[in-house]
Design a binder for this molecule. Structure first.
Ligand code: ZN
Length: 313
């Protein structure tokens, strides 16, 4: 498939309480809340989208805060995205160590398998998060949270998948998602998606005897890849079907159109279109301030607002 996929689109995680999630991604990591909406499949639960100023695909982290909804704690394991990495300038890593310490977040300094300096820590729900130091990221950061531009996070750097048979995932990503192996070390393979810049990187970690992961609080639910448009998405969908794999119909997620399928090691993949983006239902300057509902749920706004916990940010 040539040119259908541009980069990563977003990473979506099942998390615990809403307020600590906002405090962490907005207050500590300095991301912009670009959309406050609900889980379209479960409108009693928020769906938060964090990213750069406009929620550019490749910068977006999204969470479903499922606290109090009888969702069990997730189990980390194989067939799962175990680390979500953000990129920031190399010289900013001391700043980030200070920020994490000031917020009481324990971290370890552990470079990536490919030579970059990196800081690893958990988010409030237990998600594995990493800040990777790189000067190869040309994206403009969001500075509205008060973090200076020379320190601020540029967007998602990569996702790391723990898988039993990395060659199978690499083959599928290569054939369907414009991926190519750009680096390999013992136990780790780095794939570039339509390039090799931060925001276009997928790491495959060789699972050994880990059991399969189970989705629940504190685990990543899926990673989405950015399709240029609906035509590119349909071409990928047809290819998934041709391979005998199950794929969902095209679903309207209001801010993009989505299809979902499981790659051969069990990780849930989504292909999401670049258009229409987060300004489809509110202006750029006020993204994320008001609760936005999909049109089909507007009639139930009062009930939905009564269920959702109050949050400040
Ligand atoms: Zn998604």
């Amino acid at each position: 498939m040539d040119g259908n996929i541009r980069s990563l689109h977003h990473v979506t995680a099942t998390v615990n309480e809403a307020q600590p999630d906002l405090d962490f991604y907005v207050g500590l990591l300095g991301q912009r809340l670009v959309k406050k909406t609900v889980n379209f499949d479960n409108p009693g639960v928020y769906h938060f989208y964090y990213g750069d100023e406009r929620g550019t695909p490749g910068t977006i982290m999204t969470t479903f805060p499922y606290a109090g909804k009888n969702v069990r704690q997730g189990v980390k394991g194989s067939g799962q995205i175990t680390v979500t990495s953000f990129s920031a300038p190399v010289a900013s890593l001391p700043f980030w160590r200070q920020c994490l310490s000031a917020h009481g977040v324990a971290f370890i300094d552990e470079g990536t398998a490919f030579g970059e300096g990196a800081i690893s820590f958990d988010d409030p729900s237990g998600l594995g998060i990493r800040i990777v130091g790189t000067d190869a990221d040309a994206r403009a950061p969001w500075t509205g949270a008060g973090i200076p531009a020379d320190k601020a996070i540029r967007g998602i750097h990569s996702v790391s998948l723990l898988v039993r048979d990395p060659a199978k995932t690499a083959g599928l990503v290569g054939a369907l998602l414009d991926g190519a192996v750009i680096n390999e070390t013992a136990g780790a393979t780095r794939l570039g998606i339509n390039g090799h810049a931060p925001g276009q990187l997928v790491e495959l970690l060789q699972a050994t005897d880990e059991a399969l992961g189970i989705n629940g609080l504190g685990t990543v639910h899926h990673v989405a890849f950015a399709a240029a448009d609906d035509t590119a998405q349909l071409a990928i969908r047809n290819e998934v079907i041709a391979r005998g794999m199950h794929v969902t119909p095209v679903l309207d997620r209001q801010y993009f159109h989505s299809i979902y399928f499981r790659e051969p090691n069990g990780v849930l993949f989504e292909v999401a279109t670049l258009p229409p983006g987060f300004t489809v239902d509110e202006p750029l300057g006020s993204l994320g301030r008001a609760l936005k509902l999909p049109p089909a749920e507007e009639a139930r706004r009062a009930q939905i607002e009564a269920i959702l916990p109050a949050v400040n940010y």
